[in-house]
Design a protein around this ligand. Structure first.
Ligand code: NAI
Length: 335
């Protein structure tokens, strides 16, 4: 029986990396009846809306989505599709595992990096509450709630317990934002008390960035409010070979949308050189989520084999292969 999964190809390199990922899932022998829907700049051009109701309806029906990146204009224009989608479906966990693939060229090749990021996905400065107080003065409102902070901390600790991870680090700026980040921290501490076997530490976000660059091996699981989670995710991606690598999952109580950390990469869009690894790794997480654990592991192993061989890698990770040559190599390892 084929799985019903929503596919949002997205903008920029989105359609290229999505097509590659669909090929890999097929090569893994998983039958999917894709419901393809448009969101982002492409949907704005075709339907006059960045997030047409069809997208949300499809995800409510299928419960699972694979999403390419969508463009958001800077300093004006339409609001972010991602923020809207995450809020509409209450996809409150943004989960991002940070791990080096074999053969990746990184300054940290001799360092053991294996951490997971739990980014709160629904509030903070992403609430989109901005206004001009008087000309020349604007206000952006940072919302932190007890409910959202408790559930992201709970998600992080529960995951660590299930996966036998040892340490959770909460990242904050509660020395300055004493009320908002202070509440986030109190919630993390409250949840930590219920998991005495997991070590709990806290770090101020600026120090955390320095520590991540100097000693990334010390980190296991990070839990962060939305904005710090966004920034630290890209920093962490840089440790393991860049944005072409790192996968992600947006998880809620009823739906899960799998997407890479990276954006639409307008500088390389349409050139056939984008690295689809991040979305393929996201698809591997998706396969595990729908119960196809064996296929999930096979996809992961096929990627690792291509990286270990090093002959068919894309430009961002030091190779010269095109998106399709890389994808052919992954598929060949699956058959
Ligand atoms: P970006 O992630 O698109 O690109 C940053 C740099 O990384 C670029 O040099 C790009 O070529 C490179 N890169 C990213 N993904 C790559 C891949 N798969 N293979 C090879 N190289 C890759 O970030 P940027 O430029 O800040 O954002 C561009 C657009 O993407 C913006 O409109 C932004 O709002 C959107 N965006 C969307 C996201 C999403 O839909 N989940 C996430 C992040 C950004």
């Amino acid at each position: 029986m084929a799985y019903q999964i929503t596919l949002i190809p997205g903008d920029g390199i989105g359609p290229e990396v999505s097509a590659a990922t669909v090929r890999v899932i097929e090569a893994a022998g998983i039958q999917v009846d894709w419901e393809v829907v448009e969101a982002g700049a492409s949907a704005l051009a075709d339907f006059g809306q960045v997030l047409p109701p069809k997208v949300v309806e499809s995800l409510e029906r299928t419960g699972v989505g694979l999403k390419g990146p969508t463009a958001t204009p800077v300093g004006g224009g339409h609001p972010s599709v991602n923020v809207a989608l995450r809020k509409k479906l209450d996809l409150y966990v943004n989960f991002r595992p940070i791990r080096m693939l074999p053969g990746t060229v990184s300054r940290f090749n001799d360092t053991h990096i294996d951490m997971v990021i739990f980014r709160e996905n629904t509030e903070d400065l992403y609430s989109g509450l901005e206004h001009e107080v008087v000309p020349g003065v604007v206000e952006s409102i940072k919302i932190i709630t007890r409910q959202a902070s408790l559930r992201i901390a709970e998600a992080a600790f529960a995951y660590c317990q299930r996966e036998n991870r040892k340490k959770v680090t909460a990242i904050h700026k509660a020395n300055i934002m004493k009320m908002s980040d202070g509440l986030f921290l109190r919630c993390c501490r409250e949840v930590a008390e219920r998991y005495p076997s997991i070590q709990y530490t806290e770090l101020i976000v600026d120090n955390a960035c320095m520590q991540l660059v100097m000693h990334p091996e010390q980190f296991d699981c990070l839990v962060l409010p939305n904005l710090y989670g966004d920034i630290v995710s890209d920093l962490a991606a840089g440790l393991v070979g860049g944005l072409g690598i790192v996968p992600g999952a947006n998880l809620g109580a009823r739906q899960a949308v799998f997407e890479a950390v990276h954006g639409t990469a307008p500088d390389i869009a349409g050139k056939g050189v984008a690295n689809p690894t991040a979305l393929i790794q996201s698809a591997s997480l998706m396969l595990a989520h729908i119960g196809e654990r064996e296929a999930s592991v096979r996809v992961k192993n096929a990627l690792e084999a291509v990286y270990a061989e090093g002959k068919h890698l894309t430009g961002d990770v030091g190779g010269s292969a095109s998106t399709s040559e890389f994808t052919d190599a992954v598929c060949a390892n699956l058959s």
